[in-house]
Design a protein around this ligand. Structure first.
Ligand code: SAM
Length: 261
C-alpha cells in the first residue's frame, strides 16, 4: 500500500502552510521578475496565498492553476477574502499540460512544485512554452547541496513526495526547456527559509511546523483513516530522516530564474 508523503500530510492538513521563505521569498520574486501590473501564471498555486499576494502587492493580473479542485476552491475563497477577485482567476489544470496557447504570459512562476510533478522537465517545458519571448520563468525548489548516496536520495524523494535535484541539474533542465540567462539565489539558510513556512508564526524549530492540535487532532486522524497506523509511523520516520538533512546542509533551497528567448 502507498504510504503518505510529507507533501500528502501538508495537503490533507487543510492548513495554510507556505513554502520555504514564505512571503519574503515571494516578494523577492515580485521584484526580480518585475511583475508589477503584468500578466502572470502561477503554476500549482496551492491555496492561492501567493497569487493573491502578487495581486495585492504588485497589482499583478494573475491566473493560478492547480490539479487539486479543493486547492482551486480555497484559492477562489482566498481571493474574495483578500479583495482581489478582479485581478485573479483560478482553474483546475495539470502543470504538465497547461491549457494556454504559446506566448501567453509576461512571467510564469512555479513555487515549490516542479519537483512534485511526475515529470519535472515537462513541467518546465510547459512553463517556458506559455511565457512570452523575453518573459521570466521562476521556480524555487529543494536542492542537494552535498553528496548523498543515490539510493538514499531516491528514498528521501519518495518520502518527501517531491524530487530535489542538484543546482546544476535544475539549471540544465531550465536550459533544456528553452530558458537562458539563468540566475540563482541561495535561500538555504534555515533562518531565511524554513522557519518562514507558516503564515501565522515564525518557527524556531522545523519540528514545530504543525501545532500539537493540528498534528494530533487534524493530520494524524486523517492519516490514520486513510493509511492506518503504518501511515503515521512512516510519516514520523520520514520527518526524522528529512529534518537533519536541512540542518546539516545536505539539502538546501534555491530561487532560480531564467528568461525565454
Ligand atoms: C507544495 S504545494 C505548493 C503550493 C504553492 N505553490 C505554494 O507555494 O504554497 C504543491 C501544490 O502542487 C499541486 N500540484 C501537484 N501536482 C500538480 C500538477 N501536475 N499540476 C498542477 N498542480 C499540481 C498540489 O495540488 C499542491 O497544491
Amino acid at each position: 500500500m502507498k504510504m503518505p508523503t510529507i507533501e500528502d500530510a501538508l495537503e490533507i492538513s487543510g492548513i495554510e502552510v507556505l513554502h520555504p521563505g514564505g512571503y519574503e521569498l515571494s516578494r523577492r520574486i515580485g521584484e526580480i521578475a518585475d511583475i508589477k501590473g503584468k500578466k502572470v501564471l502561477d503554476v500549482a498555486c496551492g491555496r492561492g496565498a501567493f497569487a493573491c499576494y502578487y495581486a495585492r502587492n504588485f497589482s499583478t493580473e494573475i491566473i493560478g492553476i492547480d490539479i487539486n479542485p479543493e486547492m482551486v476552491k480555497a484559492s477562489v475563497d482566498r481571493a474574495k477574502k483578500d479583495g482581489v477577485e478582479n485581478l485573479t482567476e483560478f482553474r483546475v489544470a495539470d502543470a504538465l499540460s497547461l491549457p494556454f496557447p504559446d506566448n501567453s504570459f509576461d512571467a510564469v512562476i512555479d513555487e515549490c512544485a516542479v519537483g512534485l510533478t511526475s515529470d519535472p522537465q515537462k513541467c518546465l517545458d510547459e512553463m517556458v512554452r506559455v511565457a512570452k519571448p523575453g518573459g521570466d520563468i521562476v521556480i524555487h525548489e529543494s536542492i542537494w547541496l552535498k553528496h548523498f548516496p543515490e539510493d538514499a536520495k531516491k528514498e528521501i524523494s519518495v518520502r518527501m513526495g517531491t524530487v530535489p535535484y542538484a543546482l546544476d541539474e535544475w539549471v540544465t533542465m531550465m536550459e533544456k526547456a528553452g530558458a537562458s540567462d539563468i540566475w540563482t539565489e541561495d535561500w538555504s539558510s534555515i533562518d531565511r527559509s524554513l522557519v518562514k513556512i507558516r503564515e501565522d508564526r515564525v518557527l524556531t524549530r522545523l519540528e514545530d511546523m504543525y501545532s500539537f492540535k493540528e498534528k494530533y487532532f487534524i493530520i494524524f486522524p486523517k492519516i490514520l483513516f486513510k493509511y492506518g497506523i503504518k501511515g503515521i509511523v512512516y510519516l514520523n520516520e520520514s520527518n526524522k530522516m528529512l529534518m537533519p538533512l536541512y540542518y546539516n546542509g545536505t539539502l538546501g533551497y534555491y530561487l532560480i530564474k531564467g528568461k525565454k528567448m
